[in-house]
Design a protein around this ligand. Structure first.
Ligand code: ADP
Ligand code: ZN
Length: 550
């Protein structure tokens, strides 16, 4: 690799080998360490498993930097802090941990050590402790006056941002660090950040022209795949075929669904347990321990499972429901959840089982939210986020990595995917076909219904187009409509794709109507671009892989 230079390089390299027993740095680690030792504010963006902790553990043990003394690490993850402190002690690094659970005697001992000449090298604290403990604040002020505060490290820095899903009340207080200790450099680290969140973090922590290190979010060893969701049996077959006796996580969006699916998997001979927020704490620990040890192969969990999980050999992460998230982000949490696979760098599968029918209940839940803070804008933001996932699932022509990484503002070259997503892998099978006539036919159908002042749902309209023999269509005499059955020859998936594409292009839109105080019904109307298609000024191509018959 390139020569590591600079005033601190010697000591940094020595400690990498001597203390951390590592041969070489991963991308950006050395640069981030060098920048914090030079006294700069630093912002590190690295995917989970990328090696963030070395970025602050290593400079903490160095003596040649601009600032000296104790490195204070703030992290929200108790279990992770315990692990790190134990790991450091095993390397003979003097690290202590102060949380809201720390016993008084122990806290007292840490305090007297900080006032003495045998100060610890790293002080790990929870944001809650930092917020409420005046003792701790006095101690930090004492260190500051003696120029014994080397740096503040804010791990999981996205928790400070209200944009993120992991917002933590106590993290908000961290903005006072800059006011109270203006000369102490800050290092913020996170694995989850889009442009908006990054700016928000920097602003809230009052970082001063920070050195920003952003590693590619591409996880080369992960295989991204979207499959049609048909049955549990198909998923079981996939697991048995590709991951027999290997460890995996299956994410579901409801507690009942987790329990039910885990039971189904056991019935089919797989070792599986469920995990969700309502499990009592001892059960949670047991399930997690059994999974961690490999005694239990598969965990079926809600997103409650995962924060702080560090099992290196997870070979598959399956999303069996359309991922959802109530904060207006979906692709980020999806990326983070899949990121728990393959942390050892070996190949792992991320499979999303997609069915368009999963969308409606989510939209309904968003609209029916009883949260008093819900505004029209927040509902729209959430809906948009869910639709972005639908887009991701239905877009079979663009490399999945390109689609995911664009949400991180990262440009990705398709050739670097090396066929490790199902779109690249089946590129040759992709068919692009013109559906302009079919599009027009759908739009004239919607137009004529609109003229007749008839409110119909997407489902209903799709049924007319397909020529479905269902009572809802017959009852409204829509089986006599001239466009009834116009799409009779199109496979079901393709009709869905056509309607979704028209919605996406704003040729169609769904209009919410309040039919009583809390129930919103979605009606299909022409969108702002419909006339371009109707006037013959625009064509419509669909790319899809013809489904192999089951
Ligand atoms: P993160 O906090 O970014 O999720 P960690 O700091 O926990 O990641 O590191 C993940 C794994 O990578 C750990 O097992 C760590 O020992 C290893 N690691 C970090 N840096 C290096 C390196 N330069 N060389 C080899 N392994 C590394
Ligand atoms: Zn690809």
């Amino acid at each position: 690799g390139p020569e590591l230079t600079g005033p601190y390089a010697q000591e940094i390299k020595q400690n990498l080998k001597g203390i951390f027993a590592l041969d070489k740095f991963r991308p950006n680690q050395f640069e981030a360490i060098d920048a914090t030792m030079a006294g700069r504010d630093v912002f590190v963006l690295m995917p989970t498993g990328g090696g963030k902790s070395l970025c602050y553990q290593l400079p903490a043990v160095c003596r040649s930097g601009k600032t000296k003394g104790v490195t204070v690490v703030v992290s929200p993850l108790l279990a992770l802090m315990h692990d790190q402190v134990n790991g450091l002690r095993a390397k003979n690094v003097d690290a202590v941990l102060l949380t809201s659970n720390t016993r008084d005697e122990e806290a007292q001992e840490i305090r007297s050590r900080l006032y003495s000449n045998s100060k610890p090298t790293l002080l790990y604290v929870t944001p809650e402790r930092l917020k409420v403990s005046t003792n701790l604040k006095n101690m930090l002020s004492h260190l500051y006056r003696g120029q014994e505060l080397a740096r503040f490290v804010i791990d999981e820095a996205h928790c400070i941002s209200t944009w993120g899903q992991d917002f933590r009340e106590a993290y908000q207080e961290l903005h006072t660090l800059r006011d109270d200790f203006p000369d102490v450099p800050i290092m913020a680290l996170t694995a989850t950040a889009d442009r908006k969140t990054i700016d928000d973090i920097m602003h809230r922590l009052q970082l001063r022209t920070p050195a920003v290190f952003q590693q590619s979010f591409n996880r080369t060893n992960l295989n991204y795949n979207v499959k049609p969701k048909r049955s549990v049996d198909e998923m079981v077959a996939f697991i048995k075929q590709s991951h027999r006796n290997e460890t995996g996580i299956i994410y579901r969006t409801g507690r009942d669904k987790c329990e039910k699916l885990a039971a189904q998997l056991r019935q089919k001979g797989l070792s599986a347990k469920h995990y969700h927020a309502k499990l009592d704490p001892t059960d949670k620990e047991t399930v997690q321990a059994e999974w961690q040890s490999g005694e239990c192969q598969i965990i079926v969990a809600t997103i409650a499972f995962g924060m702080g999980i560090d099992k290196p050999d997870v070979r598959f992460v399956i999303h069996f429901d359309l991922p959802k998230n109530m904060d207006g982000h979906v692709i980020f949490p999806y990326y983070q959840e899949t990121g728990r696979a393959g942390r050892d760098g070996l190949p792992a599968d991320c499979v999303l089982y997609y069915a368009y029918r999963d969308l409606q209940p989510i939209l309904k839940m968003i609209r029916d939210s009883r949260d008093p803070n819900t505004t029209k804008a927040s509902i729209e933001r959430q809906e948009q986020a869910v639709r972005a996932v639908v887009q991701y699932c239905e877009n079979e022509s663009v490399c999945r990595r390109i689609q995911i990484l664009q949400h991180f503002g990262e440009k990705f070259d398709k050739k670097d995917c090396r066929g490790r997503c199902n779109n690249c892998a089946s590129e040759g099978l992709l068919v692009t076909q013109d559906f302009t006539n079919e599009a027009k036919s759908v739009l004239t159908l919607v137009q004529s219904l609109e003229h007749g002042k008839e409110n119909v749902t997407v489902d209903h309209c799709r049924n007319i187009f397909k020529g479905a023999n269902v009572s809802a269509v017959r009852d409204k005499r829509h089986d006599h409509h001239p466009n009834f059955g116009a799409g009779r020859d199109m496979p079901k998936e393709l009709v869905e794709l056509l309607f979704n594409k028209l919605l996406y292009l704003d040729a169609l839109m769904e209009l919410s109507t309040q039919t009583n105080s809390k129930w919103h019904q979605q009606y299909l109307k022409l969108g702002s671009c419909a006339h371009e298609f109707l006037a013959g000024r625009r064509t419509l191509q669909l790319s899809y892989r013809p489904k192999t018959p089951k």
